[in-house]
Each structure stands twice: as structure tokens, then as C-alpha cells.
Design a protein around this ligand. Structure first.
Ligand code: SAH
Length: 351
């Protein structure tokens, strides 16, 4: 698809034409990754963070967050629940937390791999090449690191560097690929200052990198962050600024599916936060094929507040499992068995 066509879809308002986009994305999803929906149990293992991302409630400068770090045994308990609930993967996510040190994390990964058949996905922020190599060595299978926006100037405004070194998430993704990880990335939709051209380029970049996993969701305002201040981070003029809406999120999910037909694409929690009733289902019918039910112990969930009013913060792991199962059945799809590796990754490694 050409750049101008992607922009046109992003600007499309006609329901009949949009219905065609949903249909094409759903067909591509069925043809390339099938009807199974893969479940990834999300363990938010620490909300400590040294970074100052302008959008994220976990930023170091937010003194209102009650900080926690799960213990090794608590994480292993969650991993065992994942197996009991029939999930094939756990996603270990955190703020950028040096307290999650390399050796400790290596031990956690090794134990999950020794005690369970789970695939392990990491989402721990920008870590050193040595750490990423050690964790891969320990058995980690996949890594998620969103580039957030392909507009470099905008990225630098919302994602300040650490210790003066500029953040280059594309370089880290290249390292992860070289280390043999399945790689995932993605963007937020509707960041103040993000244009339709920017968002179209994001989608083109998904394809250029050849991502195995793509996570996209609406940007949601957190009041304790700099981006909440429209004087500091003003939106573009109305005809250029991408809205952080539910509809725009479906368009990006559908276009990401068409750009990367074999990628694993979740219907994200941020989408469910905009529409808790049918957001996930509509995402799954418009290109997505993955759901990430939450496994974080309920006593920590509310404190992992990257944005406010996050969906499902009071539920237990079992409730999330049941709810997701019911939603999948309601749209006539099935839960995938096994690890749900990305066909694009498998294709690269087993030609
Ligand atoms: N520290 C890790 C994990 C961060 S949370 C990392 O930086 O990779 C995972 C994702 O949540 C981020 O990549 C970002 O895209 C998203 N996120 C953070 N704040 C958000 C907000 N206010 N609205 C919507 N998404 C947000």
C-alpha cells in the first residue's frame, strides 16, 4: 500500500468504505495466521522507573505512585497460574528499573523455562546489549519495545534520553533481532503533535522492520505527566492532528494487519480502556489475533498506572481468564493451543 493510500484510510469516515477495510483485514488475518487467538499472560513485575517519558504515569518524577517490585516467587506463582489457565506465553513487563538487575532477571527466566512449557516475552524497556544477550541465553523468546512514533523530533520531545545518551529504540530492535528474539514494537495513537503522515509512516516502518509482533493503542492522558499540559505539548491543527480515538485505533490495527499479514497483533488493554464492552472483540474482528489477560496480583495492579482508569484493575487472574474465554467464544473464534509463535519468525528460522 502506498503512503497516500494509508493516509487516505486513516482519514476515511465513510462507514461503508470502512467496513471494506475491516473485511480485508479480517480476511488477511484468517488467511495468514488463522482463527486461533493466542493468550499472553501479562505480569507487571515492577513499576519502578528511572525514565522521564512525557506520557507515562510511571515516570520517575511522579511521586504519587506507590512503587512495588514483585519477588521471584511471586512471579513464578503467576507463571504457574498462566499454565493452569491454558496460556502459552507470559509477558514480563516493567518500568525501566535497574533494580530488575541482570542476574536476578536471568534467574527468573531460567526458573520459568525449567518449571513450565511457557514462551517468555520480555518488555523491560531499554536495557544494555549484554543484558539482552544474557536473557536470551537464559531462554527468553521474545522482546517488546515500542518505538512509540517514527517522527524523530516528536519522539525526542516525549521520550527524554537517559544520562545524555540518545534513545534509539530502532537500534535496540536490530540488536534483539540479531540475538534471535522474536521482536515486537508499536506506537501510541493520537500523541499530541502526531500527524496523519507520521502515523502512516509508523505503519510503513512496521513492514520495513518486518516485525513479528505489533502492539498499538490509543494514547491516554495521565494527569501527572507533562503531555497532559496542552501549553507544553500542544496538539496540531485539527485537520492534521491524529485523534486518540477508538475508531482510529481500529484503523491502525487493520492497516498493520495488511502491512504485516503474518504478525501477531493484540487487541490491547488501552483499547479495552476506551471501550470495555466490545473494544477487544472489535479489535479481534478487524485484524488482531492476540489478547493479553492480566496475571499481575490484584494488590499491585492499580499501582501499574501507565495511564488512568486502566481496564480490569480489580479482577483476579482467574476472572480475567474466564472473561477473555467468554469474549473469544462470543465471536466464534477459538483459543490457540501452544506458544503461538509468530509465523514470520518461524519462517525466518525454519525456511
Ligand atoms: N518500560 C517499558 C514498558 C512500558 S509500558 C517500555 O518502555 O518499553 C508499555 C507501553 O505502554 C509503552 O511502550 C507505551 O506505548 C504505552 N503507554 C505508556 N504510557 C501510555 C499512555 N499514557 N497512554 C497509552 N499508552 C501508554
Amino acid at each position: 500500500m502506498k503512503h497516500s493510500e494509508i493516509v487516505q484510510w486513516l482519514r476515511e469516515t465513510d462507514p461503508a468504505r470502512l467496513a471494506r477495510l475491516w473485511r480485508e483485514a479480517d480476511l488477511a488475518r484468517q488467511r495468514h495466521v488463522g482463527g486461533d487467538i493466542h493468550l499472553r499472560g501479562l505480569i507487571e513485575l515492577s513499576n519502578h522507573c528511572v525514565r522521564l517519558c512525557g506520557y507515562c504515569g510511571l515516570r520517575a518524577a511522579n511521586a504519587k505512585v506507590r512503587r512495588y517490585r514483585m519477588t521471584e516467587d511471586e512471579i513464578l506463582d503467576c507463571a504457574h497460574s498462566a499454565v493452569e489457565l491454558g496460556y502459552g506465553t507470559v509477558v514480563l513487563q516493567s518500568g525501566e528499573d535497574p533494580g530488575v538487575d541482570a542476574d536476578w532477571m536471568t534467574r527468573v527466566i531460567r526458573r520459568i523455562k525449567a518449571e513450565t512449557p511457557l514462551a517468555v516475552t520480555l518488555s523491560l524497556g531499554e536495557r544494555s546489549d549484554d543484558e539482552l544477550a544474557a536473557w536470551r541465553e537464559a531462554g527468553a523468546d521474545r522482546y517488546l519495545l515500542r518505538f512509540e512514533t517514527s517522527n524523530r523530533a516528536l519522539y525526542q520531545r516525549i521520550h527524554p534520553p537517559r544520562n545524555g545518551a540518545r534513545s534509539d529504540r530502532l537500534a535496540i530492535l536490530a540488536t534483539l533481532r540479531r540475538l534471535g528474539y522474536e521482536i515486537g514494537s508499536g506506537v501510541m495513537i493520537g500523541i499530541p503533535g502526531q500527524s496523519y503522515d507520521d502515523l502512516a509512516r509508523d505503519i510503513e516502518l512496521f513492514a520495513a522492520i518486518g516485525l513479528d509482533m505489533i502492539g498499538v493503542g490509543p494514547y491516554l492522558v495521565h494527569p501527572e505527566t507533562p503531555l497532559a499540559d496542552p501549553l507544553e505539548h500542544p496538539p496540531l491543527a485539527e485537520d492534521r492532528q491524529v485523534p486518540n480515538s477508538e475508531l482510529m485505533t481500529y484503523k491502525v490495527v487493520a492497516l498493520a494487519r495488511l502491512a504485516c499479514p503474518r504478525a501477531n497483533i493484540p487487541a490491547t488493554t488501552a483499547l479495552a480502556t476506551l471501550n470495555s464492552r466490545t473494544g477487544r472483540e472489535l479489535g479481534l474482528e478487524r485484524g488482531a489475533n492476540v489478547i493479553m489477560p492480566n496475571l499481575t496480583p490484584p494488590e499491585y495492579r492499580a499501582d501499574y498506572e501507565i495511564y488512568p482508569d486502566k481496564a480490569c484493575i480489580t479482577e483476579t487472574a482467574e476472572d480475567c481468564g474466564r472473561c477473555v474465554q467468554r469474549r473469544i467464544e462470543s465471536i466464534g473464534r477459538t483459543v490457540g493451543a501452544g506458544r503461538g509463535d509468530s509465523p514470520s519468525y518461524v519462517g525466518r528460522h525454519d525456511p
